[in-house]
Ligand binder design. Structure first.
Ligand code: FAD
Length: 668
């Protein structure tokens, strides 16, 4: 598995686990019940980072195996929100006997710090903290709330929508099913933009990097003109303002041809890569500063409407099982599409592919259905096919074997693509999706000898391209493993692949064919033909580049790796106009309803755009725009948009660029 893919998966796992934690409402809530025998009476103190990177300190007193008192020291936090929330947070910890606290005060980051610190203190006291997520007793009190702008789903797009609306003067409530903001944005690495301050700084005004017409045409052509032209045009011209908006909030991007994720054929530098340890910390701080009231562990289930069909708010379920009914002048649904809905995923992707692919999924949530139920037209639905990976196996060997344009076969033992396709992660993944989500690479012993000869420069493989572009991680290591690779690493990798059922070493073609599940004669014929193409320097079947016709497959043993299509998520659900207002089938607007991010159809059609950072770029941009339009709909004048950088923005850009040019991706 590629290291960038692995790291985003690690983030994603963290995201999913957190979501699972908040969803595990039937777990024991009682500190007493969890592990009283291990709990020692006493006073325990711990600190964790809250608002503005400043520590929040929590002290718990434990008597008779129970927390009898909690003090939250939030003196470092904002006077208006964090400090005011301290007593409520402390009470929640004592009352709930849990670190899994929620507070309806706008003090998101203070709450996060207090929660983390309480967990640490409880662990010191001997509590089994994993069992102390909040319990739903399904008997929580019903509540109502009112606001100007309601944002459902405070993920990548929702957090920016909430911020923009609040900065425009609106009173904003965010409803978030998990216990944190950022959603899938926590796993993403960067955003697409054209003509940003950073691009202009580096490349001047000319060229495709800053040419909106070039990119508009690229999007529309790859969509066969079935995309939402107005929305695409808006996205392409507005994304640059999003870059400045994020920089002005302290979120660092770096733009570097030598350090970008080379995931697509496009060579233009449109990918602005996150350059902060945790971008959503900065957005979270700004949400706090602007008094956005986020209701965590709360899931919206349905939208409410007036007699004319205009949306008037939403009905949600709180963590305690009670109902929260929110009335709002504008409602933005930012729930991140349908990747978490297995039925819909199987419908769109096909059951066979869904079962074989590496699909990113967490809890099942009803976001899109809410909008369809109030009359929204069902928009184009598709999946974000991206990369090909092994499951649960050593990533070093598979990064090499799955990312080099060697011989690939499908489950019939036949070639199915020009292997140069793997130079673009979207096209590559889609080609494997077309084979049912699974395909195999095969190399012989001579290739392995060459790849494990540490004295030899690896030549003739595209994998080398990654090196030439100096793509390194925060430790200066190449972002994916490649040849030459020492023989011990190679062998250990194949042991792991074998143990996981994801590959194997076979003495004969018959054995390799049995592993793949194909006919041995068919596989042999494929190999013979391929060897002829390598010999002649001409691939008459799929026209692979001559320079990648390098490794024939002759004497065994044979090394086979199984690859699965990666699917980063789902795209689409409802159609909007360029103001992000949700449309009915007849194109009329559903009053007061906006959608953002992956929920919106029309940016990609058929397949995810083969351009760096479109998912996140559109999410952040549509969030910013929907936040402004929703605030305006509620009677406010949106805060001004500009590409101009503030002093903070300029500093953030310079620091991010300096770090990026050194090859680092994170803060010290
Ligand atoms: C591993 C991985 C890597 C990626 N890398 C990149 C990248 O490098 N560049 C790029 O452009 N894109 C990338 N993407 C895609 C990008 O992350 C998404 O396009 C983007 O996060 C979508 O934003 P969103 O706001 O639509 O949804 P999300 O960010 O997923 O937010 C949705 C939020 O809504 C909440 N929610 C859902 N339903 C409800 C409900 N009913 N009530 C309350 N809350 C609800 C969820 O908990 C979540 O917090 C990646 C995705 C993955 C999975």
């Amino acid at each position: 598995m590629k290291k960038w893919f692995k790291s985003i998966l690690a983030c994603l796992t963290a995201v999913s686990l957190a979501a699972c934690g908040s969803a595990s409402t039937s777990a024991s809530s009682s500190a007493e019940a969890s592990s009283a025998s291990n709990v020692k009476d006493g006073t325990y103190t711990a600190s964790a980072e809250g608002f503005g990177g400043q520590d929040v300190t929590v002290t718990i007193t434990v008597e008779g195996g129970k927390i009898t008192n909690t003090v939250v020291d939030a003196s470092t936090q904002s006077a208006d929100y964090g400090q005011k929330a301290a007593d409520t947070l402390a009470q929640e910890i004592t009352d709930g006997q849990t670190w899994d606290i929620d507070v309806a005060s706008g003090a998101t980051m203070t709450r996060n710090g207090a929660s983390e610190a309480a967990k640490d203190a409880m662990s010191q006291a001997g509590f089994d903290v994993d069992n102390l997520a909040k319990t739903s007793d399904a008997s929580g009190e019903d509540e109502t709330a009112e606001c100007d702008v309601l944002v459902i789903g405070v993920g990548a797009s929702g957090s920016v929508a909430a911020l923009k609306a609040a900065e425009s003067g609106a009173k904003v409530i965010g409803v978030e099913a998990t216990d944190h903001i950022g959603g899938m944005g926590n796993a993403a690495q960067g955003m697409f933009a054209v003509g940003s301050v950073e691009q202009k700084d580096r490349y001047g005004e000319d060229g495709e990097t800053t040419d909106e017409e070039y990119w508009y045409n690229h999007f529309q052509e790859s969509n066969d003109d079935l995309g939402n032209a107005k929305l695409i045009r808006t996205f392409i011209s507005e994304a640059k303002n999003t870059v400045s908006y994020m920089l002005n909030h302290g979120v660092g991007f770096f733009l570097s041809k030598t350090a970008q994720q080379i995931a697509h054929f496009d060579t233009e530098v449109v990918y602005h890569r996150w350059n902060n340890a945790d971008p959503f910390t900065y957005i979270g701080n700004a949400l706090d500063e602007n008094g956005v009231d986020i209701r965590y562990n709360t899931t919206a289930n349905s939208l409410t409407t007036d007699a004319d069909g205009n949306v008037t708010g939403a009905v949600c379920t709180k963590a305690d099982g009670g109902t929260l009914t929110i009335t709002a002048k504008s409602t933005i649904v930012s729930t991140g599409s349908f990747a978490n809905n297995p039925d819909l995923m199987k419908e769109v992707l096909g059951e066979e592919v869904y079962n074989n692919a590496m699909v990113m999924a967490g809890a099942e949530l009803p976001g899109l259905e809410m909008m369809w139920n109030v009359g929204a037209a069902k928009g184009d639905l598709l999946t974000m096919n991206h990369g090909v990976v092994t499951m649960n196996a050593d990533e070093k060997v598979s990064e090499l074997t799955l990312n080099t344009p060697i011989l690939w076969v499908n489950r019939e033992g036949k070639r199915f693509m020009n292997e140069d396709l793997l130079k673009d992660t979207v096209h590559f993944s889609s080609a494997v999706v077309a084979q049912g989500g699974v395909a195999y690479t095969i190399v012989d012993q001579a290739t392995v000898d060459r790849w494990t000869d540490m004295s030899q420069e690896n030549t003739g493989t595209w994998i080398h391209y990654w090196d030439q572009h100096g793509i390194v991680d925060e430790n200066g290591e190449p972002t994916i493993y490649h040849a030459p690779m020492d023989i011990d690493t190679w062998n250990a990798g194949f042991d792991a692949l074998t143990a996981a059922g994801e590959g194997g070493v076979f003495d004969t073609i018959e054995e390799a064919a049995a592993f793949i599940g194909c006919d041995a004669d068919d596989l042999q014929e494929t190999i013979d033909n391929y060897n002829t193409y390598v010999e002649n320097g001409y691939d008459e079947e799929f026209f692979k580049d001559k320079e990648d016709l390098v490794y024939s497959v002759k004497e065994g043993p044979y090394y086979v790796t199984k690859g699965h299509s990666g699917v980063l998520g789902a795209l689409g659900g409802v159609n909007t106009n360029e103001l992000l207002e949700v449309l009915r089938d007849d194109q009329s607007v559903i009053g007061n309803l906006y959608a953002t991010g992956n929920n919106v159809s029309g940016i990609s059609h058929g397949a995810y755009q083969d351009v760096e950072g479109v998912g996140l770029g559109f999410s952040l941009t549509s969030g910013r725009l929907a936040g402004a339009h929703a605030a305006e709909n509620a009677g406010y004048t949106p805060s001004e948009d500009t590409t101009e950088l503030t002093e903070l923005g300029q500093k953030t850009m310079e620091e991010a660029t300096a770090r990026g040019m050194q090859g680092t991706t994170k803060h010290e």
